[in-house]
Write a protein that binds this ligand. Structure first.
Ligand SMILES: Nc1ncnc2c1ncn2[C@@H]1O[C@H](COP(=O)(O)OP(=O)(O)OP(=O)(O)O)[C@@H](O)[C@H]1O
Ligand SMILES: [Mg+2]
Length: 278
């Protein structure tokens, strides 16, 4: 269904940029076991890109107990996943910012971060409901490989594993992929190298990841996405509660993220076509 390992990279670079048609429901999880590697930044900007392309899109703050998406989106929602976990209907807990919908987490919520199985069940059911009501559901998964974190990720149609060129990030991403494959039967991920100083550095990171996965988890398909460059404007926009793709669509990182969004869509359409879908 998907191109695997490094083989897709050259083809992706040469892929034509075609208009986007969002014509199927999709559920994307952005993951990566290490903290501070850009998962939330990429999630927010990808979600805004899909929302701008006329797909009804919601982003879920999977970092339920240490939520920060509301700050990055400049909203102060009254309700959150903590209310969903207590049994509130999910539609009462959805916020909106510039055309993008958000199911927020709750910062500093120990109960949510350590949700018991009943609470986790309600959260999973709520996400299932969102999938019925939005074309694109995107989860910003938390760092780490705890059960509750990984369970949401493993449900996604498309899993995007974020990694940076740092060796610790590569090691943690590998660990995360191993858990997803061995414990949760995930057989394919997209690899998104963030914060690269050059294409050569991005390429080298892909090669390091692919060397690890093809040796130790050979049945896991890995499809590299276009790299996202280091862009010093990103922390500035995040601090202002403004997604870079809205505030500065032509900034290097914004352009790269839009290319990632388009590539993910092309892949999804190719996959759907091969499966006989729309
Ligand atoms: N490509 C990039 N260039 C420059 N800075 C970046 C880039 N990507 C992310 N950052 C910055 O790195 C910092 C961490 O990013 P972010 O909060 O998105 O990471 P995270 O993986 O979600 O972290 P956590 O695991 O703590 O939730 C932020 O200040 C963000 O603006
Ligand atoms: Mg984050």
């Amino acid at each position: 269904m998907y191109r695997t390992q490094a083989s897709g990279l050259t083809e992706l670079r040469e892929a034509r940029v075609i208009p986007l048609h969002v014509n199927r429901r999709r559920f994307i999880a952005i993951t990566g076991a290490k903290g501070g590697i850009g998962k939330s930044t990429l999630s927010v900007n990808l979600a805004f890109t899909y929302a701008r392309w006329r797909s009804r899109t919601i982003i879920v703050d999977g970092d339920v107990g240490m939520a920060d998406l509301n700050l990055m989106l400049g909203v102060a929602p009254e309700r959150s996943l903590a209310d969903v976990a207590k049994g509130e209907p999910v539609e009462a807990c959805v916020a909106e910012s510039n055309g993008l919908y958000l199911l927020p987490g709750l910062n500093g919520s120990y109960a949510l971060a350590n949700a018991d199985s009943a609470m986790q069940g309600r959260i999973m059911a709520a996400v299932g409901q969102l999938k019925e009501n939005f074309e694109t559901v995107l989860i910003d998964a938390p760092a780490g490989i705890e059960r509750n974190a990984v369970e949401l990720t493993a449900e996604a149609d498309d899993i995007v594993a974020v990694v940076t060129p740092q060796p610790t990030s590569i090691a943690d991403a590998y660990g995360c992929l191993k858990v997803l494959h061995q414990r949760w039967d995930v057989d394919h991920v997209f690899l998104l190298v963030n914060d690269v100083r050059s294409d050569a550095q991005g390429q080298e990171t892909v090669e390091q990841m692919v060397a690890l996965t093809s040796r130790f988890i050979p049945k896991l398909g890995v499809t590299p996405l276009p790299f996202v460059p280091h862009d010093s404007s990103l922390p500035h926009y995040a601090a202002q509660g403004l997604p870079a793709v809205l505030a500065a669509p032509d900034a290097p990182a914004s352009r790269a993220i839009q290319k990632v969004a388009r590539t993910l869509d092309l892949m999804a359409q190719g996959g759907a076509a091969e499966e006989g879908g729309a």
